[in-house]
Design a protein around this ligand. Structure first.
Ligand code: HEM
Length: 350
């Protein structure tokens, strides 16, 4: 069946179709926005060059340098046993904003503005109103732009390093390029990470046996469990591609210039690949897991997101047993937003 959304775009939900399109960037371009998006909206050699320049910012040694700061941050945010917190807005959003600020060397004074922005961005996504989403995106650009302009380019943090970065042909990045990169490193991902914290906290709270198994597990096992919880309930909903030629996906024809939607959560629950989509099987499902995308545009921030989530989950599990707060049913987000709007949790002493 060829499903089309209210804007006539073909929506791909089958794992095989999503993977095929993600791995064919020549036929399915990422130039889907009027705005310059680095690296998200680039294709071909320009995209390759941008990834080559930017992927090293997520290298293991760099991220290891971040770990002690993240651990302090996680410890400071983990609630005391018995205290109820909303895992999305209180724990997840605050952690994601502070972790990104720590990584990028942004001032702590920006926290409230960024938290307001995350809340507005979630509300705009929930509304499905494109003008509202565009206005929220423009406001983020202003925040980042003001930061970059105010920056002294001699610092040693990641923002300063980015400003000092030279392209392959030796020129410095233009201010608009730096803003675009920082936007794509933070913008939606502050909200995505907050949603991921909600999904993972919920997934662990309803699986006490998984919590027990992870109590003393190494980072790799914790990361695999987190990836699997996110596969089961993927809060990153969709990506778009534009056809560069008349083509076909499965049995569905696609005309040149038509937009197609890759629906990651459906692909991640495709029973043809995962059998029972709710079965928790981190090792078995890892290779087909699409939480961080696939192909040339696969998420470069995955190692950072994984480290942030592993550090936070470890701090939670060390403090107590994660439970849903009694009498407060989790509230799902409204499509097209994913994950939970609110998940009240608490830690029980063990
Ligand atoms: C929090 C969990 C995260 C999830 C679930 C996630 C998921 C994804 C997915 C599915 C894609 C593929 C999009 C596509 O194919 O069009 C993607 C791309 C991307 N992600 Fe993430 N991401 C996360 C965190 C991050 C973080 C922390 C960063 C940076 C600090 C980041 C930066 C990016 C960028 C720049 C791209 C575009 C890559 C390209 O077009 O080459 N992501 N992400």
């Amino acid at each position: 069946m060829c499903e089309r959304d209210d804007r006539g775009r073909l929506v791909l939900r089958r794992h095989a179709d999503v993977v095929a399109v993600a791995h064919d960037p020549d036929t399915f371009s990422s130039r889907v926005s009027a705005y310059r998006q680095i690296p998200n909206g680039l294709d071909g050699p320009a995209h390759r060059d941008a990834r080559h320049l930017l992927d090293p910012f997520f290298s293991p040694p760099r991220l290891e340098r971040l770990r002690p700061g993240l651990e302090d941050l996680a410890r400071s945010l983990v609630p005391a046993p018995g205290q109820v917190v909303d895992a999305v807005a209180e724990l997840g959003a605050r952690y994601s904003v502070r972790a990104a600020s720590l990584w990028l060397g942004w001032p702590a004074g920006l926290e409230d503005e960024l938290l307001d922005w995350v809340a507005d961005n979630r509300a705009a996504t929930r509304s499905g109103d494109r003008a509202r989403t565009a206005a929220v995106a423009a406001r983020f650009d202003e925040i980042v732009h003001a930061l970059v302009v105010a920056r002294c380019a001699t610092g040693t943090d990641v923002t300063a390093e980015l400003i000092q970065t030279r392209t392959a042909d030796g020129r410095p990045l233009h201010e608009e390029e730096v803003v675009s990169i920082l936007r794509n490193w933070t913008g939606g991902d502050l909200s995505t990470l907050a949603l991921c914290v909600g999904v993972v906290a919920h997934g662990l709270a309803v699986r006490p046996e998984v919590q027990r198994a992870l109590a003393d597990a190494p980072d790799e096992a914790l990361a695999a469990a987190i990836d699997e919880l996110l596969r089961i309930d993927d809060p990153f909903i969709s990506s778009r591609r534009r056809a560069t030629a008349d083509t076909q996906v499965g049995e569905c024809p696609v005309a040149t210039d038509e937009l197609v939607v890759l629906h990651w959560p459906s692909a991640n629950r495709d029973p043809r690949v995962f059998g029972d989509p709710d079965a928790f099987a981190p090792v078995h499902n890892a290779a087909a897991n699409l939480v961080y995308g696939a192909g040339a545009h696969v998420c470069p921030g995955r190692p950072l997101a994984t480290l942030e989530l592993v550090v936070l989950v470890r701090a939670l599990l060390r403090t107590g047993r994660l439970c849903l707060a009694p009498g407060a049913a989790p509230e799902r987000e409204t499509p097209p937003a994913g994950g939970f709007r609110r998940v009240d949790v608490l830690l029980e002493s063990v």
